[in-house]
Design a protein around this ligand. Structure first.
Ligand code: ARG
Ligand code: ZN
Length: 422
């Protein structure tokens, strides 16, 4: 028999942070070789019952699944896996310990010293809170007023601003636009960090990049600020936004299932308790509404749309809702492969390029599918940053710089194509 979710819940009286500590203490991440459909179904069933949390699904040519299992369910899950002869190895022996190691956070006095010296609190040696990331955008707008402006394109469920930085191309006249975002999924900390790195390159090292003159960049580093803050002060491995927070583990909508193109299809769920809950309807969430409204307002100028996630090291192009490709997929594939080559040169990691549903799994309601299907943005990608599973979502902060360089190399490659083709 399976453990019911109720049995995994901890006793009353704890606050969210304490409760999370208990969930992650002794929890493990296992890499399971799930080859047969039967083995995959057993994992799927335990996922549906919230006995475990799937971190990484099997991709084409690969058979492993990464799952996080709380300490209280380890014996049960390992026995189930043995029952169906699925082998596994331990990737992370203690999730709580891995959380402690990933981000040796700066103290308030160190942050204040930094701010006094540089005018902002941002670094690429640590993962930062939303206020530090947004503070960096405001600093750039003040310091480079001719080039940079900051705009709030909406508010999250909990009322946090959704800040967008516009980095204007120096050339006169109308220019192609490139929309970039990060942090749709709260726990994927390397995404906002890498997007912030991209912003730094485009603004503070601008003279190195000729392409930056002929494109207007619109960048939202933290699409899901409520979820992101919750991963810093509540549950480190929260994924969704914070819709109906009082519902506990059943709170939140998966923002990358909430976009209104082929919404509600394969790979999304109607059950609010699931990690892939698509929301009550297409664009039911203020965060996805803000992106839709803003990108739509740019009209047909938008030639690039890249949304950063982790992990797995993939460059994915539409469609995600089904194993089909758009008519111009050969262009997407070609530029994607150029980007992967460049990423490897600058950062060292290998990225796999391909169609989202074929390479990973079908998942409807993604931002990329909407960008391609709605405003018909030519170069639309989802990029899954580092790593391939050694640390998973708990990628230590010393990987921010190499991963940021890779993310920037991808943007540079796509931008050069956009700049060249107009
Ligand atoms: N890991 C991402 C997710 O599950 C991949 C999204 C790819 N795009 C898509 N439309 N399925 O949200
Ligand atoms: Zn993601």
């Amino acid at each position: 028999q399976h453990l019911r979710p109720e049995e995994l819940k901890v006793g009353g009286g704890q606050n969210a942070a304490q409760e999370a500590q208990l969930q992650y203490k002794g929890a493990q991440v296992l890499r399971v070789e799930a080859v047969t459909e039967f083995q995959k179904d057993v994992i799927k069933k335990m996922q549906d019952e919230q006995v475990l949390d799937t971190w990484l699904n099997p991709a084409a040519g690969r058979t492993h699944v990464d799952i996080m299992v709380p300490a209280t369910a380890l014996d049960q899950v390992k026995a189930e896996l043995q029952n169906v002869s699925a082998t596994f190895r331990v990737m992370i022996a203690d999730v709580e310990a891995a959380i402690k190691d990933e981000n040796p956070a700066l103290s308030e006095s160190e942050l204040e010293e930094l701010e006094g010296r540089k005018g902002h609190r941002m670094t690429f040696q640590n993962y930062h809170r939303v206020s530090d990331i947004h503070g960096y955008l405001d600093y750039l707008a003040q310091t480079f007023p001719d080039l940079v402006s900051v705009q709030t394109i909406g508010s999250s469920i909990e009322g946090r601003p959704l800040k967008m930085i516009k980095i204007t191309g120096a050339k006169a006249g109308p220019k192609p636009a490139f929309y970039i975002d990060g942090g749709i999924h709260a726990r994927e900390w390397i995404s906002p960090a890498s997007v912030s790195y991209i912003i730094q390159e485009l603004v503070e090292n601008r003279e190195k990049y000729a392409f930056a003159d002929s494109i207007d960049f619109y960048i939202v580093p933290v699409v899901n600020p409520d979820g992101y803050e919750y991963t810093h002060n509540g549950m480190r491995l929260w994924r969704k936004n914070r819709k109906d927070a009082q519902k506990g583990r059943c709170a939140g909508t998966d923002l990358n299932r909430n976009f209104g193109y082929k919404w509600g299809g394969a790979g999304s769920s109607r059950d609010p308790c699931q990690e892939i809950y698509a929301g009550s309807g297409p664009f039911s969430e203020p965060e996805t509404q803000a992106i839709r409204n803003f990108v739509s307002s740019l009209g047909t100028r938008v030639r690039g749309y890249v949304t950063f996630h982790s992990y797995g090291q993939y460059i994915l192009y539409p469609w995600g809702y089904d194993k089909k490709v758009p008519p111009d997929y050969t262009d997407l594939d070609r530029i994607g492969k150029m980007a992967a080559k460049k990423m490897r040169e600058v950062g060292g990691a290998s990225y796999t390029v391909g169609n989202s549903a074929s390479l990973l799994y079908a998942a409807s309601g993604g931002a990329d599918d909407w960008a391609k299907g709605g405003p018909r943005v030519k170069y639309t990608y989802t990029i899954e940053l580092r790593d391939r599973g050694r640390f998973g979502f708990l990628l230590p902060a010393n990987y921010i710089v190499p991963t940021g360089k890779e993310a920037f190399a991808a943007i540079q490659t796509i931008s050069e194509e956009i700049a060249a083709t107009g």
